[in-house]
Design a protein around this ligand. Sequence first.
Ligand code: 6R9
Length: 641
Amino acid sequence: MREENEALPIKEFYNPRKSNYEEVYRKSMEEPEKFWKEASKVVEWYRDYDVMLDDSNPPFYKWFKGGKLNVSYNALDRHVKMHRRNKAAYIWVAENGEEKIVTYDGLLRRVNNFARSLIDLGMKKGDRIIIYLPMILEAPVAMLACARIGVVFSFVFAGYGAGALADRIKDSGAKLIVTSDGANRNGKVVELKKIVDEALEETSSVGTVIVVKRTGTSVNMEEGRDIWWHDTVKDGQTHVEPEWMDANDPLYLLYSSGTTGKPKGVLHGNGGYSVWVANTLKWAFDPQEDDRWWCAADIGWVTGHSYIVFAPLILGLTSIMFEGAITYPAPDRMWEIIEKYRVNILYTSPTAIRTLMRYGDRYPKMHDLSTLKTLGTVGEPINPAAWKWYYENVGNSKCPIIDTYWQTETGGCMIAPSLGLGLPPLKPGSGTFPMPGVEPVVLDENGKEVPAGQKGYIAYKRPWPGMLMTLNNDPERFKQVYFEKYPGMYFCADYAMKDQDGYYWLLGRSDEVLNVSGHRLGTIEVEDALISSREVAESAVFGKPDSVKGEVIVAFVVLKDEFVNDREVIAKIRKNIRENLGPIYVPEEIHIVKTLPKTRSGKIMRRVVKAVALNQFPGDISTLENTASVEEVKEAIEEFR
Ligand code: 6R9
């Protein structure tokens, strides 16, 4: 399946300064007490912990029990006291190109001022609020202000609609919402406040709505409920004493991406989570004091929480924070930002890379990308063709690609090359090895470890500090979803393979498995093969019930621009798969569409394609970005019949 491995030399990015990955990893496995004592010093504790890990009530593990700290103190005050007072915490770039630089001192001031407002509005430790904001500075300010006073926030991505927002308000029991009048997206305005108003019609817990003026869109302000941020938050110098939180007090609640049924309210804590995100950023990316770090995710997703807000601030880094879309106003937006702000480390997703790749090599070539040292990806398996394009055209064949595998539930990276500890030779498409403290295992259906080179389910044999504490309102589901399949282990619901050299290959979700003539095939394998065809940009594959074979494979593909008029294109794609994967993998049907249904975080919603194509109920589509794509899928199927 990953045929391009052979053609690509395995790159040696040996980092002689740091060549102790094996030693560090071994220590984390054999002497965890010592290891975590050291690693936990990445944050400053108000009170040291007594017990590294209380595992007396599995799977409700308590890391760093007895320890007290405050995450906003660690993200801000600590740096202001040291030499980073005037260092930029964020270089914020608006969609229209406007920029703002906020220093650590400036960010602390803003956080204190907003924390004061929250207190004045009656918010106190343990209360829940919703943050529904676009990529503006008020987003990290609000998150950190909550962390400062012990309010648990749930950030709802600003691309969600009213129904999804209402579900999250209800499940979280939020008392207050922070939002904005509107959000800029692709040159248009999304009326966020209006969506909040709609959601609030269905819910009853929210008493206050704080509205940031961002787009100047006219909004309805309900007397006694809605207040403007600029009227409420005084821009003075106020000090709000950090609330010293127990390591296992909750920090935030984040609903995980809706690829299955009802969203899960993943709850992360203060201690373990902050130790985990800061260390994993250091281990995986090795950022230096003066580096400019750009995690190009949206703050509304876990990647943004961990690697735009908490980890980089705890480490005292300078981050780029970008409001807009990477292809607006032109497909070179990302490259333009890298050149203009001399970005050193870029962390983005395979979807973004494939999107930009579709526009061709000339866009990255228009810009000086020579400041880049390291490139990262996250969110889905990266197919070798995209890896190669990223490596050659963006990194100029000199930047290692840090492919980070993790989940909302894991808090931070779990499997990724450790640049900070001595990078291993890279294999395109493999996340390489586990982070220190992570003990993965690839198992068969019955919990038996599968031999090297064989595919199985990935699970973790021991808890790690960044793991979710529970699911909101649903401890039973927490136990059942993650700990029932393999008792005593965390089940990821992903397929993986460990190769002869010990490298991990993540092969997609196990919950979308195909069974063709008794062979179990991963949708990702077929999709990888499809997008490795010269002609194909994106694809979604699923199984259709078949009376003879059990299931047959159906594929929906988006073609690269230059192939849209090629009459032979389907035959070529078929041939490519047959040659690469074998005849059993050749889709029975291949439909060409212009776009595929995606979640707002860019994940293709295979489940929706399948349901629409099979004329079934598509389930929850609240996370769907482009509804027009659904019509296209329908039309393609009708035409076929
Ligand atoms: C961080 C994030 C988690 C799911 C996960 C897996 C897929 C993420 C990946 C990857 C292969 C990678 N995934 N990173 N698969 N290689 N580097 O994306 O969290 O939105 O919760 O998604 O994404 O299937 O289980 P989340």
